[in-house]
Design a protein around this ligand. Structure first.
Ligand code: HAM
Length: 418
C-alpha cells in the first residue's frame, strides 16, 4: 500500500477522542456566547469563486498571493477553498438580500497553504462573528469584549488585546504617501516581498515578520499620526468604551493586520504561551467591503478566532474519570430484545447508552464496556427478566446491585459523577 494512502496530508489533523470532544466543547461554548450577543448562525460553502477572496482579502495580501488552495473544477470554473470567512459571509448576505443590520456567526474549517508549525495548519478551524450594518464605535468595542469574554470562559488568562486604527479613505492616502517615501529611502533593507509591496500597499510592511523589515518600520510613520477628525473620534470612543467595560488593552500603532479590507479599528488577541504563531484571533472594521462587492454602503465589523491556538492556550479541561454512558449487557440472546428496549428508554430520557451486539459472551461485553470507559453496566439475564429488575454495575467501584427496572434512568444518572 502506498505511504500517502496511510498518512494525512501535510498540515492537516485528525481530532481523535477525547480531543474531538474538546473541540466540540469549545465550538459549542462559542455558539452559545455568540447567541448571547445577538448573533445568528450562518453556514456558507467551504469553497467560493476565487474572485470572492482576491477582491476582498486583497490582491497583495499573503493569503491571496501565497496561501490559497485554488483550482479549476471540471466545468473550468476558478474556485478556492475558503482561507477566511468574511468574504463568503458578505457574498451570502448580498446574494440572499439579507435585511441589514444583521449579526451572524460561523464555525468551521478554513484552508491556507502555509508552512505548518505549532498552531499553524493548512486546514484549521475558525469561529467568527460579523456585524453588518452597524456603524457605532460601541459595536467595535462590544466585539472586542466578546472575543475576550470567549477566552475568559475558557480560562485563558495570558491573553493581550491589541487595538489600533488604520484610518479611512479620507486620511489613508496621506499616511500611505509618507510611509511609501520613508520605505523607499530604506528600500534595500526590505525583503523582496516588501519591496514588491511598496508601491501597491506599503502598509503591508508593518505586518512582515522578517527581522530587517521589522526593524525598518520601527520608526516609520504610523496611521495613527494621520487620522482624520472623524477617525480619531471613532478610535477614542472605541478605546474609552473598552476602558469603561473594564477590558485591559494595549494601543498598538503598528497593528495593521494582513487583510486589505480593514479601515479604522483593527484588533488582535495574542497569547504569550503560543510561540511564533501567537495570534489567537483578530478582526476589525470593514466599512467598504459590502460596497466593493457592489452592495449598498454598509458599515461592518467582525472577528475570527483560531480554535487550534485557542485549545493550545486554554488549560486542559479536567477529563471525566468515566464517560456519561451506560453499557447494556445481555446474558443470553433471549434478553437481547429487553436490552434494546432499555437502551432506547435510556436514550429517550437523554442518557447515552450502548450495546455490544457482537460479543455473545458476557465477559467480552464487559471488556467492551471497559474499553469505551462507560460509567456503568446495566445487566439483563433470565433472572433479572423474571424478577422485573436489572443488575447495575458501577464500573468505578466494581459494586453491583439489583434495581427495580422502572428506576433505571435515575439510578444510572446517579452514577455519572463528574
Ligand atoms: P485572520 O487574522 O487571518 O483573520 O485569522 C483569524 C485567526 O485564525 C488567527 O488569529 C489564527 O488564530 C487563526 N488562523 C489563521 N490562519 C491559521 C492557520 N494557518 N492555522 C491555524 N490557525 C490560523 C481573519 O480570518 C478575518 N476573516 C477576521 C475577521 C472577521 N475580520 C473581520 N471579520
Amino acid at each position: 500500500m502506498s505511504e500517502t494512502r496511510r498518512a494525512r496530508p501535510k498540515g492537516t489533523q485528525d481530532f481523535l477522542p477525547p480531543d474531538s470532544a474538546r473541540l466540540q466543547h469549545v465550538e459549542n461554548l462559542f455558539r452559545h456566547l455568540a447567541e448571547r450577543y445577538g448573533y445568528q448562525a450562518i453556514v456558507t460553502p467551504t469553497f467560493e469563486h476565487t474572485e470572492v477572496f482576491v477582491k476582498s482579502s486583497g490582491e497583495g495580501s499573503d493569503i491571496v498571493t501565497k496561501e490559497m488552495y485554488s483550482f479549476k473544477d471540471r466545468g473550468d470554473r476558478d474556485l478556492t477553498l475558503r482561507p477566511e470567512g468574511t468574504p463568503g459571509v458578505v457574498r451570502a448576505v448580498l446574494e440572499n438580500r439579507l435585511r441589514l443590520p444583521c449579526r451572524l456567526y460561523y464555525v468551521g474549517p478554513f484552508f491556507r497553504y502555509c508552512r505548518p508549525q505549532k498552531g499553524r495548519f493548512r486546514e484549521f478551524y475558525q469561529v467568527g462573528v460579523e456585524a453588518l450594518g452597524e456603524a457605532s464605535p460601541l459595536v467595535d468595542a462590544e466585539i472586542i469584549c466578546f472575543g475576550d469574554d470567549f477566552f475568559q470562559s475558557l480560562g485563558i488568562t495570558d491573553c493581550t488585546t491589541r487595538v489600533n486604527s488604520i484610518g479611512c479613505r479620507e486620511c489613508r492616502p496621506a499616511h500611505r504617501e509618507s510611509l511609501r517615501k520613508f520605505l523607499l529611502e530604506r528600500k534595500e533593507r526590505l525583503c523582496a516581498d516588501c519591496q514588491a509591496r511598496l508601491e501597491r500597499n506599503p502598509l503591508r510592511v508593518f505586518d512582515c515578520k522578517v527581522e530587517t523589515c521589522r526593524l525598518t518600520v520601527q520608526d516609520a510613520p504610523v496611521p495613527r499620526q494621520y487620522l482624520c477628525k472623524a477617525c480619531e473620534r471613532h478610535h477614542d470612543q472605541v478605546l474609552s468604551a473598552l476602558s469603561r467595560r473594564g477590558l485591559l488593552h494595549e494601543a498598538n500603532d503598528r497593528l495593521v493586520r494582513g487583510l486589505d479590507y480593514y479601515n479604522r479599528t483593527t484588533f488582535e488577541y495574542v497569547s504569550a504561551s503560543l510561540g511564533a504563531q501567537d495570534s489567537l484571533g483578530g478582526g476589525g472594521r470593514y466599512d467598504y467591503l459590502v460596497g466593493d462587492f457592489g452592495g449598498p454602503d454598509t458599515p461592518a465589523v467582525g472577528l475570527a478566532i483560531g480554535l487550534e491556538r485557542t485549545m493550545l492556550a486554554a488549560p486542559a479541561l479536567p477529563e471525566p474519570q468515566r464517560r456519561h454512558l451506560a453499557f447494556v449487557v445481555w446474558l443470553t440472546p433471549a434478553e437481547l430484545r429487553a436490552a434494546e428496549d432499555v437502551a432506547d428508554r435510556l436514550r429517550a430520557a437523554g442518557v447515552p447508552a450502548q450495546i455490544d451486539y457482537d460479543s455473545a459472551k458476557v465477559k467480552g461485553q464487559f471488556k467492551s464496556a471497559d474499553a469505551t470507559r462507560a460509567a456503568c453496566c446495566v445487566v439483563i439475564g433470565p433472572d433479572e427478566l423474571a424478577k422485573g429488575v436489572y443488575s447495575l454495575k458501577d464500573l468505578v467501584t466494581g459494586e453491583q446491585r439489583e434495581i427495580p427496572s422502572d428506576t433505571v434512568t435515575e439510578e444510572v444518572r446517579a452514577l455519572f459523577r463528574d
